[in-house]
Design a protein around this ligand. Structure first.
Ligand code: XIL
Length: 374
């Protein structure tokens, strides 16, 4: 990237609510001019200077086949979560088989590069293998689930920073009084599948830090507020019962134009913190599908949302880590799931499809730099 382009970013960011740190950007420009991208302060180091952890979800195939991308990941990330490899679909080729090759490859990668490793996810109704539907029923679901959890957690015992034990268990639209989503796990086992999962994970690795991970907790909308209430009530009851749950993952797949810094979400963060739970921003990205086509404007609005959201959540000291879902637009799942109506390539992440840092990358750096120290 040319100095001219970086200064353009500096100007763009100068227009945000953020205080643009021109000096940082100029020295960044100088470093880039020399072609020495690695001289820049890595996001993992900026985060660490505030007692925080920064990282991303990445699948093996993107690291294995793309050395330049891998260099950015290993330089920027202090924590890595497998985007695909630890889901049932990948781990369980057959009811009696476990295939840990993908997960183990990624674990070795983190060890080589001094990166923490995070597990995602032991219980979800999506990404199930094809045999699931014809094999799992009300009689065997609980033993199949608990057997899966103990095998997988034992395999990685002592190696994980944390585990997403249960993922996305709530859906207000399903209209149950407890807010739970109507999944095969719920239908076959009942609501106690969640606490059973946490107990099984704890037994398999008593030192593991165990998270519940959820989507759509951020917007200041009625349905998200209902979801926050339902999740909070449920997690509170788990804590009262002594279920080993240690943290909440707030996914944070955001729309650029959404209000995700409202008073109800703020109260929720405080309530979760008051329960003694850690919080991880677990799957952050910013969707640009509803933004204008102009790339500079789009990048500015995406960067503004990153900055605004992170500055807001990082004020809550229970937030211990920030992970983006992917690191480059070259591989983002948003291209597959939330494409733009005009067909233009999406730009939701911190490095664009050419692996150049975007305005969002500097916005994240600044929000991390300005976060209160942990
Ligand atoms: C997504 C992956 O990024 C995609 O590549 C895959 O096709 C589907 O799953 N919430 C989650 C993640 O908890 O596991 C999902 O990951 C994105 C939404």
């Amino acid at each position: 990237m040319k100095r001219r382009d970086l200064l353009k970013i500096a100007v763009v960011l100068g227009g945000t609510a953020a205080v643009a740190r021109q000096s940082t950007l100029c020295s960044a420009a100088a470093a880039l001019d020399g072609g020495a991208k690695d001289e820049l302060m890595a996001l993992r180091d900026v985060a660490a200077s505030r007692g925080l952890i920064f990282g991303a979800a990445i699948p093996k195939k993107n690291l294995f086949g793309d050395p330049l991308f891998s260099r950015i990941v290993s330089r920027q990330c202090g924590i890595l979560v497998p985007e695909l490899e630890l889901k049932w679909e990948a781990l369980r080729p057959a009811p009696d088989q476990f295939d840990f090759r993908g997960g183990d490859w990624l674990y070795e990668y983190t060890q080589t590069n001094h990166i923490l490793f995070r597990g995602h996810t032991l219980v979800w109704e999506a990404a199930l293998p094809t045999w699931f539907e014809r094999t799992v029923n009300a009689r065997n679901a609980k033993s199949i689930l608990l057997d899966h959890i103990s095998n997988v957690v034992r395999h990685y015992a002592g190696k994980m920073h944390s585990w997403d034990v249960v993922n996305e268990a709530f859906r207000i639209e399903d209209a149950r009084s407890d807010g739970l989503k109507s999944t095969p796990w719920l239908q076959f086992i009942g609501p106690e599948y969640i606490e059973a999962a946490f107990h099984a994970a704890h037994e398999a690795d008593p030192k593991a830090t165990l998270f519940y991970n959820e989507n759509w907790l951020e917007p200041e909308t009625e349905v998200s507020e209902k979801k926050r209430r339902a999740v909070l009530a449920f997690v509170t009851s788990l804590k009262k019962k002594g279920v080993p749950i240690h943290g909440l993952g707030i996914q944070s797949h955001l729309f650029a134009e959404a209000n995700v810094t409202g008073p109800n979400f703020q109260r929720f963060l405080q309530e979760v913190a008051d329960l003694g739970l850690a919080i991880v921003i677990s799957e952050l990205d910013v969707r640009d599908k509803n933004l204008p086509a102009n790339v500079e404007l789009r990048d500015r609005l995406v960067a503004e949302q990153y900055y605004k959201y992170l500055s807001f959540v990082l004020r809550c000291k229970a937030v211990k880590a920030v992970l983006t879902w992917g690191l480059s637009d070259r591989y983002t799942w948003i291209a597959r799931s939330q494409g733009r109506p005009d067909g233009l390539p999406v730009r939701p992440l911190l490095y664009d499809a050419n692996l150049e840092p975007t305005a969002a990358r500097w916005a994240v750096q600044r929000a991390l730099e300005q976060a209160p120290a942990r």
